[in-house]
Design a protein around this ligand. Sequence first.
Ligand code: ADP
Ligand code: MG
Length: 459
Amino acid sequence: VWDNCLQTIRHSVDPQSYQTWFVPIRPVALNSNELTIQVPHRLFYEFLEEHYIDVLKLSLQHALGTAGRLQYRIKTARQENGQAPSTSKTPRGHQSPPPSNPFVIPGMTRPRIESNLDGKYTFDNFIEGDCNSLARNAAKAVADNPSNTAFNPLVIHGPVGLGKTHLLKAVGNRITEKYPNKSVLYVTTDTFTSQLVSSIGNNSTNDLVNWYQNVDVLLVDDIQQLINRKKTQDVFFNLFNVLRQNQKAIVMTCDRPIIELDIEERLRSRFQWGLTADLSAPALETRMAILASKASANQVDMSPQVMEFICYHIQNNIRQLEGVLNNLVLHRGVNNNKEIDLELARQVLKNFVTEINKEITPEVIQRTVAEYYNLDVEKLASATRRRHVVLARQISMFLVKQFTDQSLKGIGRLFGGRDHATVIYSIKTVKDLMETNDDIRKDLEDLERRIRAGHGEGS
Ligand code: ADP
Ligand code: MG
């Protein structure tokens, strides 16, 4: 029966894949319409499930009719040593299924193993901004041409919630689409570690490593999880070398720059052979664009004012931004689909940020202006006389005067101890500019709106 299946399969896949993924399979039992096949290890099974499930089903239908069922059995170290095969042996470790339950495909209805690469994360739904353009372009370059070794390995690093995993999976998804014959594997460092641990318990580390060596594109998420894992580092070091020698693409992510990654030096230096690109916190505009895109993907309508209010408060973590959006949708649901307004947004945000200012304070104004002009807020109180800083400083003073009851002297103090005359001059300068300079007037309108939105007062 299996030979029969193989015939079908051979016609459906390319010779290389056939050789790699089907020749090693052994038929071990046939009970009425249920065929049991043995695969070398669990990852092999997962790969088959991921990439060849349809081919397998089809071949089975040919050989056994529509009632045909397929069972998997994982080959174990003991069997290799010539001992009795056992259906109950699967690799140990928390990744493994219950030992007494060999993997089963009952006809067509078996629930799929969650795939490593869900199609959800793509370049199309990754919003570009200054904070991510290098990383995004590098990732795209690898995805478009994985055999280009200039970027090998590519390491994307940055704090949590800024899109590392998204980009990594986008690489995988694009390669899968563009190069269907290339085998792409996404794995987190934790998963790799537990696979390694079970393979050690099982004497199949070689199998594991060999299996990984068949991969054309290896995507490893969160390599900071290598820290304090000496054995994983060793095995990964060897794997890395083989893959790179064979010009297989490697893309990794890390929550910190590689130089700060406390791992073996030889590994760290190799990680720096290719390209490293960082993701940093997105500016307000980028956050707005991301929120707008996620909102429209979820068919949520929100006014720009509400979006600004949200983005103003969630600054460093896009995952949180999504959390707010999801919460808004839930709240809207229980509130008879009433419109998402500032009040609702304020309610939801309370669960995400500790402080939603009630009052417009000078600090808030300074922060808003600094962010708007992309400056460190400290610059506003510094002695710098660089033109764009001076302008931002003058505008901040103007706005503080307008929004708070600070005295001129008090304002001077807030901006690095400037005197009363300087404050008066600054405010007058801004007033004049508003008359004569359309850009500045527009900036001020934007800023006022943001400052108000930041406080839920509306405009
Ligand atoms: P990380 O791996 O860096 O912790 P993720 O990749 O999991 O972060 O990103 C968190 C969430 O934010 C994901 O749902 C992702 O889609 C989203 N996200 C991050 N950056 C962007 C972006 N530039 N455009 C669209 N979505 C983004
Ligand atoms: Mg991640």
